[in-house]
Structures are given as C-alpha cells and as structure tokens.
Ligand binder design. Structure first.
Ligand SMILES: C[S@@+](CC[C@H](N)C(=O)[O-])C[C@H]1O[C@@H](n2cnc3c(N)ncnc32)[C@H](O)[C@@H]1O
Length: 272
C-alpha cells in the first residue's frame, strides 16, 4: 500500500521479489527505502528504514505521528499549474525550514501526486524541479492508505533514519536481512536518472555499495539487491557467494518517453 509514486518503485517486481525473501528475519533493513513498496508490502514487525532524502523521511514520520493533521492539510491543495509551481518553489525561498513538519510532508505528497510521472528530481542546488503533470484527477488524499500506514508504523518497532545507507547499517546483527534498492546504474548514459539527491549515484557509488554487500556477506548477514542488468552490475556482483537472477521489469519512469518499455533488471542475493 504505497502512499507515493516513486521512481524505481518496486510494484511490478514484487511478484518476483516476494518468493526470494528469506522466511525468517529478525530485523528487516531497507536503507534506500524511497516509496517503500517492498517494505510496505512485507510489513515486518521490526525494521530499520533509511533514506538520504530528508523531505521523504519527514513524510514517513508525519504519517506516523500526525496523520489527522496531514490529511486535513492535504485538502487545501489545488490541481492547477500556477498553484503547483508556487508550492514547488517553496524550497527555493528563505523560510522553507520554518514550515512545519505537516506542511512539508503535505507539500511532498501533493507534488508527488501532481508532478510529471511522480518523479522526485532535484537540481544541483537540491531544489525540486519536476514539471507539472496535468493529471485530471490526481488522488492527493488517499486517506485509507495513509491511516493504514500510520497504524502500521505506530504499532510495530520501526526505526526511521535519514542519512547515508552505510550509517543505517552500523549496528546490524546476525539474523537481520537487508533489501537494497539503490539508484540504478543507467542503462544508457543519456537516459541517466540519478537525481533523487544532490550529487547523484555514480559508478564509484555502485562500487562502494558492492563493498558493503561483501562486508555483510563476511558477517553472515543475508541481503537482496536490485539494480539494472548492465555489464557494470553483473561484473561488480560476480562473487562466489552471490547469485545473480535476471528479471524483466517494465520501468514506470524513464526521462526519454520513447525508450520506455521492458528493461531487464537483476536481483542479487547471498543466500539460497
Ligand atoms: C530506487 S530509489 C528506491 C525505490 C524504492 N525502493 C521504492 O520501491 O519506491 C533509491 C532511493 O535511494 C535514496 N538514496 C540515494 N543515495 C543514497 C545514499 N547514499 N544513502 C541512502 N539513500 C540514498 C534516494 O533518495 C532514493 O529514495
């Protein structure tokens, strides 16, 4: 029951991911949680969830702590381009940090539901820059889903963190399981989309993540990772303990419309 459309959202891959998850997990980790499709589908009782995007983590916190105020605030939004660009521009103005947590969460949900393809993209200054999506009836207030997610986050042992994935994994113990859904290695450098956060996620970052997986493997911790089926990825994850499974996934979002369609992805895991 995802409450956001998120680039690389795992809704279509869910049927392929689900049977590959371990059956016994003490703590579920998702250090690149994004829209949290796998997390919210699996609904573990104990989890550590992280993302580098502070506006996104604030949405999770606000849904957990203040869902009534959030639902009420979402009702003020208008679906027209002038209003959209006014709300989008708030992070370019002084005083953005003085907005309340509810106002900031409401802004992210509104922009996500009304912007082009639900793309959360920022420019090099960290400002949201996706254009207006011109949808007739965007579902801005999905009250049932927001309340269900709020209830789930309150009733279970879910830690929400906002930082780099490596920090989120610092105190991980044996018996835990990690699902990594990092920004993907671009299939063609021209269709490159790495703009979730300032700085992007380049080949060096993919290598750092592989090194993290090798370390987890040495500690005896199970992980599953998704990425695009590029030569770089197949090469980085060729390791005697790693199994690479190729799956076909239709990407929701591609910056070049004509290149949409079937894009092969890989799932890598270190357990059988
Ligand atoms: C592919 S998306 C995750 C999609 C998500 N699993 C879903 O189903 O919607 C990747 C996420 O990684 C986050 N990210 C990028 N660099 C990061 C880093 N160094 N540490 C933690 N998160 C990072 C981005 O903000 C983005 O939300």
């Amino acid at each position: 029951m995802p409450f956001l459309k998120w680039v690389g959202g795992k809704r279509q891959l869910m049927t392929e991911i689900e049977p590959l998850l371990p059956t016994r997990i003490s703590t579920y980790y998702e250090p690149f949680v994004g829209g949290g499709a796998v997390f919210l589908h699996t609904q573990p009782k104990k989890a550590v969830i992280n993302d580098y995007n502070s506006e996104l983590i604030n949405v999770y916190e606000t849904i957990r702590d203040n869902v009534d105020a959030l639902i009420a605030h979402l009702a003020i939004h208008e679906n027209n381009s002038e209003y959209f660009y006014q709300i989008r521009a708030l992070d370019r103005r002084e005083g953005f940090n003085e907005l309340s947590k509810v106002e900031r969460a409401s802004r992210v949900i509104y922009l996500n539901k009304t912007c082009f393809n639900g793309l959360y993209r920022v420019n090099s200054s960290g400002e949201f820059n996706t254009p207006f999506g011109r949808y007739k009836n965007p579902n801005i207030i999905n009250e049932t889903v927001l309340r269900a997610v709020s209830n789930y986050l309150q009733k279970n042992d879910i830690k929400l963190l906002n930082g780099d994935y490596q920090d989120a994994l610092k105190n991980i113990r044996k018996g835990s399981f990690v699902y990594f859904d990092p920004p993907y290695d671009p299939v063609s450098k021209s269709s490159n989309f790495t703009g979730y956060v300032q700085g992007g996620f380049d080949d060096k970052e993919q290598e750092r993540l592989r090194d993290t997986c090798v370390k987890l493997n040495e500690k005896g911790i199970n992980f599953l990772l998704s990425n695009s089926a590029t030569e770089l990825m197949k090469d980085l994850y060729s390791h005697k303990d790693f199994q690479i499974i190729e799956v076909g996934a239709t990407r929701h979002i591609n910056s070049v419309g004509s290149k949409r369609g079937e894009v092969k992805e890989i799932l890598v895991r270190n357990y059988g």
